[in-house]
Design a protein around this ligand. Sequence first.
Ligand code: SF4
Length: 328
Amino acid sequence: MRAFTYERAGDAREAAAAVAARPEAKFISGGTNLLDLMKLDIERPAHLVDVSRLPLDRIEDTPEGGLRIGAQVRNSDLAADPRVRSRYPVLSQAMLAGASGQIRNKASAGGNLLQRTRCYYFYDRNMPCNKREPGSGCAALEGFNRMHAILGASEACIAVHPSDMAVAMAALDGSVETISPDGETRTIPVGDLHRLPGTTPNVETELGHGEMITAVTLPPAPPGRQIYRKVRDRASYAFALVSVAAIVEASGGGIRSARIAMGGVAAKPWRAGEAERALAGATVSNRAYTDAAEAALAGAKAYGGNDFKIPLAKRTVRHTLAAAIERA
Ligand code: SF4
């Protein structure tokens, strides 16, 4: 591990300025991903700014009827909050599907959204990886790519984003609030926070250097039944092969509205807009679920080891929609 210096920030603006002042500085909160990466020499910050004790650890009701979740709220506290459990169950289910109890007790809401891919080659310094070392190539393209992307990938990188929370937040139309070193704040929809790889997979989000997430906000809960379904290699402590967050409003044999976001399929939570449009106004039927699944995966492309993910994702969309509608 590279030697680094450390400071504990006094407030959010000071933290942002401290990171912005040094090109090799990084924020640290729970450290559940960053410390692993530092031990492997993948992340090599020269300076860490600890934001874990900033007063950003509250969940508050907003005047509009939504929730404002401080960036330092722990994943377990977020999953257990009664307002989240009753009004945003898809988020609570997604949080509980991620990591282990110990990690959820440590990991922060902001850090969850910014965790990095678990692509095996990204973690192996002996292998080419454009995300870790731009221009070196992508070992996963011709390698072991069972976990990799089927939507939105490029020839430069086919990694997926590992966060379950981000998928639920995308379905709920959540946003992040940030602060920049000059004190400027802005709001970014979660669906726009992460970038697709294109030719620069090393640039993963829209955040500038020193820009810090201070909160995650949710609009009022949408009507309908919410479900998060995660398919993985073992029942706990595993990343998604495919996950689906579905929010469906149905009545009188018809589907009024639907939202679908997928995880484990792309470098960002993938909102399936075509599928949502196909479902709105459709009659409740297996045909409607199948048409939506086909629309959601219409642009999918696999790379050999992950060919199975396309039919798996279609089945998961179908079954999640059926569960949401039939339990509604
Ligand atoms: Fe690196 Fe992305 Fe290729 Fe994985 S998929 S080896 S993260 S460039």
